[in-house]
Write a new protein. Structure first.
Length: 70
């Protein structure tokens, strides 16, 4: 059994340690090839046709087409 001094030291060691946490992984639903094909023309039109930034394309697809791929 640990003495009070030892357990106190252990407590301080734990208190002084940096706690590292990572966000919980979000469960993503895999997008079917059929769904990709349905959205492909929108993505190409925005990214290539309108020369939009990828971040813009992602946001437009999410908001306007309810399409979110990660």
């Amino acid at each position: 059994m640990a003495s009070i001094e030892e357990s106190g030291q252990r407590s301080n060691d734990i208190d002084n340690q940096e706690i590292q946490t990572s966000p919980a992984p979000r469960p993503y639903k895999r997008i079917s090839a059929k769904e990709w094909e349905k959205q492909k023309h929108h993505i190409l039109a925005l990214y290539i046709g309108e020369d939009r930034a990828l971040e813009d394309v992602i946001e437009i697809m999410r908001v306007n087409h309810h399409f979110e791929a990660k």
